[in-house]
Design a protein around this ligand. Structure first.
Ligand SMILES: Nc1ncnc2c1ncn2[C@@H]1O[C@H](COP(=O)(O)OP(=O)(O)O)[C@@H](O)[C@H]1O
Ligand SMILES: CC(=O)N[C@@H](CCC(=O)OP(=O)(O)O)C(=O)O
Length: 318
């Protein structure tokens, strides 16, 4: 693969054909040491691959990341790699920033309460167009363009998330904001027989057909719980939970559930980080083994998360 200085992969290049691999160079034109180094890396990865082969990892793609084409491409290459070696990646995505832009075009002011968007009927229309329509198809097409296989699971194809209006305090009405109460496991799991990565937008449908806007972190949590996932990884635009949200150096590597709760109370964790951390806490309560918040803009952060002992970003534990 020929990445340029910015790490961009030319679109015309099909990455997984062996002819495009540097190791395909005729004998005498490549360094044997370099090739041995690469073979060693593959052998090192074998233990990790065996450990996670056949196991599900739910990957939540945040809207900030979806805005960064280059970072997204590298993440999707990692996802394709995972699927190729027998792991079962499942993508759940948000798209908060794209929704904000689309709302601005329609002259609608975004309004959030503790990290969740207040969603009236016109807002819901825009949310559905952006999440279940444009972004869901875009991510699926990108995976296919990069040589992988994927299936978009939304209202226009097969919806797999069912739910109801999110219960809130009496004085607080978020409108058409929902939470997931049932996940159609069989459709998601069935895709692994055709080597397709499921791509799921953060919306759900009620029993009466009403559609709801679901915070993507909580949607990913519901999917991870329903599938009994080994791992849930939140890919965001920050390197993890920070003591000072504007200073990357203050990242907290490991956070207990109790500490996380008090950081929310103190206001150290705020905005979009609240639903993320709340989703982590609830996920741990329901038996998913590991939850990580990771910077999706760091090249291969997803693979680093899986193939290193300490992982990257912030790990939240019980
Ligand atoms: N303590 C904190 N550490 C890191 N980020 C924080 C913290 N508190 C609030 N944030 C904010 O949370 C944001 C991530 O949430 P969000 O914007 O919803 O991301 P995504 O679109 O990936 O879900 C960060 O960009 C940051 O501004
Ligand atoms: C209810 C609610 O807040 N829904 C979110 C859904 C998208 C999302 O969560 O996107 P990110 O992952 O980019 O934050 C919203 O409307 O923005």
């Amino acid at each position: 693969m020929n990445f340029d200085a910015k790490g961009t992969l030319p679109a015309a290049e099909f990455p997984f054909h062996p002819d495009n691999s540097p190791s395909h160079t005729p004998r005498g034109e490549f360094s044997v040491e370099e090739a041995i180094g690469k073979a060693n890396t593959l052998i090192e990865a074998m233990g990790w691959i065996r450990r996670f082969r056949g196991k599900t990892t739910v990957i939540k793609l945040g809207g900030s990341l979806l805005d960064d084409e280059n970072a997204l491409m590298h993440i999707l290459l990692d996802v394709i790699f995972m699927e190729s070696v027998g792991m079962k990646p499942v993508i759940v995505h948000g798209g908060g920033k794209a929704i904000n832009r689309a709302l601005a075009e329609s002259g609608i002011e975004p309004n959030f309460v503790r990290g969740r968007r207040v969603t009236d009927a016109p807002t819901l229309k825009v949310v559905e167009k952006v999440l279940a329509g444009e972004l869901n198809v875009f991510i699926t097409d990108e995976i296919e363009r990069l040589g992988g296989r994927a299936m978009n699971l939304s209202f226009t194809t097969t919806n797999v998330l069912f739910g109801e209006k999110l219960p809130t305090e009496e004085d607080e009405d978020l409108g058409f904001v929902g939470h997931v109460t049932r996940v159609d496991r069989s459709v998601i799991e069935g895709l692994s027989y055709t080597d397709q990565v499921p791509v799921i937008p953060s919306m759900c449908e009620g029993e009466d057909g009403q559609r709801y806007n679901v915070n993507a972190d909580t949607a990913a949590m519901a999917v991870a719980q329903a599938l009994g996932a080994e791992k849930l990884v939140f890919l965001s635009d920050v390197n993890g939970v920070r003591r000072d949200k504007d200073d990357p150096k203050t990242i907290i590597d490991s956070l207990s559930a109790e500490e996380a709760r008090s950081l929310i109370k103190e206001g150290v964790i705020n905005g979009g980080m609240i639903p993320k951390v709340e989703a982590c806490l609830e996920t741990l309560d329901r038996g998913v083994r590991k939850v990580h918040i990771v910077d999706g803009a760091v090249r291969h952060s997803l693979l680093l998360e899986i193939f290193t002992t300490s992982g990257v970003g912030t790990e939240i534990h019980a």
